[in-house]
Ligand binder design. Structure first.
Ligand code: ATP
Length: 325
């Protein structure tokens, strides 16, 4: 069995009035990439800070490589690399000087520091401009350098907090490809904080959807799809509006979990399973439905994400009402 390098149990952290992290439980296996996916203020950054020992948990337990981050922070941080939301670099120093400085902070010997910096500058395509002050870099170049900085001391566990925030699609794609290459070459474990669904799905093995400091669901994108929205969408284009008897049949059909209309001539049906589609199409035609096209559309991670966030929003409203009663 693969060993867990991170274990989080019932973690709560309170900055003040409300908990920013509210009962998180999850683990990370060696070599695994886990996305913490949630909107602004969900508690992602606070979780990363707790895992790196910057704060003591209000309650609950954290173990990173078998260590307790708040009590053994230096030991934990020697094994982790943290890419923060904004690249923490010195703008007046050159790329090479930045890497040398952060290598010093990580207690790397001078020769190794220099060698590693050159290796990373080449890997991230910054070698030609390594002697320029970082202030003259584009956002994408700064982010690549910040990633290089994160990897300097060869940490086996990376925390990437919004690694493509503020980057244009081209630069974001480069950063995604680099993260994939880093993992392919070195097999690091990754915790990725993001509100970008495509980023989570592309870069991670499992996704934890969070909001209000709580984990709403955790699993591979496929597991989440099955847990949260079993079935698949069927887009139906019509030649003419459906007769009443077809609507009645659809509404009474146990394989049709949801009906979404968009105009008179297009509808989307959430059907329970693929095998139900031929039966459904035959029935629609038999009752007089004139179908132009029927296209199955798999449930996307976006569908799952919004379903979970909507359920959480409704629970929040119910909790507020309950508290006011
Ligand atoms: P974002 O995507 O915007 O970075 P996030 O998911 O990383 O959000 P956090 O930054 O962890 O969320 O914030 C979680 C909650 O804690 C929010 O309600 C936020 O206002 C609050 N919070 C964060 N940092 C502090 C702080 N230093 N002092 C007080 N409250 C804070």
């Amino acid at each position: 069995m693969q060993q867990n390098i991170v274990e989080v149990m019932d973690l709560i952290y309170d900055y003040g009035e409300r908990p920013a992290v509210n009962g998180l439980t999850f683990s990370l296996r060696k070599g695994e990439a886990l996305a913490l996916l949630g909107p602004n203020g969900a508690g992602k950054t606070t979780t990363v800070r707790l895992l790196n020992g910057l704060f003591a948990p209000t309650s609950g337990k954290i173990s990173v490589f078998g260590l307790e981050p708040f009590r053994q922070g230096d030991d934990v941080r020697s094994k982790t690399g943290v890419l923060t939301e904004t690249p923490a670099l010195y703008e007046r120093l050159t790329a090479r000087q930045n890497l040398d400085f952060f290598g010093c902070l990580a207690d790397m010997p001078s020769v190794e520091r220099g060698k590693r910096a050159e290796e990373l500058l080449a890997f991230f395509g910054l070698h030609d401009r390594a002697s320029e002050p970082v202030g003259a870099y584009s956002k994408g170049m700064k982010q690549r350098l910040a990633l290089a900085r994160t990897l300097l001391h060869r940490p086996p566990l990376l925390f990437l907090d919004e690694p493509t925030s503020g980057l244009d699609p081209e630069a974001a794609r480069q950063v995604h490809a680099l993260i994939e290459n880093i993992r392919k070459e070195n097999g690091q474990s990754v915790v990725l904080c993001t509100h970008n669904l495509a980023e989570a799905e592309r870069l991670c093995d499992r996704v934890g959807v969070i909001n209000r400091g709580r984990l709403l669901a955790l699993g591979t994108p496929d597991e989440l799809r099955k847990q949260v929205m079993p079935g698949l969408w069927l887009q139906v284009d019509l030649w003419s509006p459906l007769p009443q008897q077809v609507w009645r049949s659809l509404e009474g059909n146990p394989s049709v979990l949801e009906i979404a209309r968009s105009g008179e001539l297009t509808l989307r049906l959430l059907v329970s399973e693929q095998a139900a589609i031929p039966v459904l199409v035959t029935e629609l035609a038999r009752l007089g439905g004139q179908l132009l096209a029927v296209r199955p559309q798999p449930i996307s991670l976006e569908d799952v994400y919004f379903a979970l966030q909507e359920k959480d929003r409704q629970e929040n409203v119910a909790e507020v009402h309950h508290a006011l009663e």
